[in-house]
Design a protein around this ligand. Structure first.
Ligand SMILES: [Zn+2]
Length: 233
């Protein structure tokens, strides 16, 4: 299973939703864990956002999606929060976990990166006072689309770009063409253009049409130089 952990409902849709669709199409299970429920948003209630998140999950074809109850806008890296996430990790037992990149404008995003990493570590500890057998994911990746950093690799999401956009537009209370709070929110056409332009940018870095960027802290291991992708010249 590939599990994407994010601070807010709609973060996964903006940063790695296409990659989850790719993994699903390859036959793997996929899941999303949102750390907050969106109660602090300018538009829409937490209940509205839950319904929208469920619709987005359906479009992204994930096998599981749930939200914790961390305070929206004030995510803290505490033992209590690490244990909440660790419990989910033990239940779902993902091999790959996708976290937000560890630097950025929104404190919830960069805090979620460290909190998520430490929860992955904690989930593997035998003597932990939470249910489930110890489990530590094999791979931790950072979705870096929000951050202005050069990705370690990108995932080609070309066949899934339209579905990924639709999953983002499922958040009607946030992104629908409406007037309330319109200084903060861009209309649907702008979202479409921005989504495609960003994905095109990362695609161009690797010679494909549309892609999503990731950073991994480990070096890559190569077994055959002849099969390295992405042309150099
Ligand atoms: Zn966010």
């Amino acid at each position: 299973m590939v599990l994407a952990i994010a601070a807010h409902r709609d973060d996964v849709e903006q940063t790695c939703g296409g990659t989850l669709l790719v993994q699903k199409s390859l036959g793997w299970q996929t899941a999303i864990l949102d750390l907050t429920q969106g109660e602090s948003g300018t538009r829409g209630s937490a209940a509205e956002r839950e319904a929208e998140a469920n619709e987005a999950a359906r479009l992204l074809q994930v096998d599981h999606r749930s939200a914790l109850d961390l305070p929206d806008g004030s995510i803290q890296n505490t033992l209590e929060n690490r244990l909440k996430i660790a419990e989910v990790l033990r239940r779902l037992r993902p091999r790959v976990v996708i976290l937000p990149y560890w630097q950025g404008r929104h404190p919830d995003h960069y805090t979620a990166a460290t909190l998520g990493y430490e929860a992955c570590f904690a989930a593997g500890l035998a003597k932990l006072d939470i249910p489930g057998a110890p489990h530590r994911p094999y791979k931790i990746l950072y979705a870096s689309l929000y951050a202005d950093v050069r990705p370690t690799f990108v995932v080609d999401i070309t066949p899934h770009i339209e579905t990924r956009l639709q999953s983002l537009l499922a958040y009607r209370s946030q992104y629908g063409n409406q007037t309330q709070g319109s200084g903060l929110f861009v209309p649907e056409e702008d979202i479409r253009e921005r989504t495609f332009a960003t994905a095109r940018h990362y695609g161009l870095l690797a010679g494909v049409r549309y892609a999503e960027p990731f950073v991994q802290k480990e070096v890559s291991l190569v077994s055959d130089l002849m099969h390295l992708p992405v042309a150099s010249i």
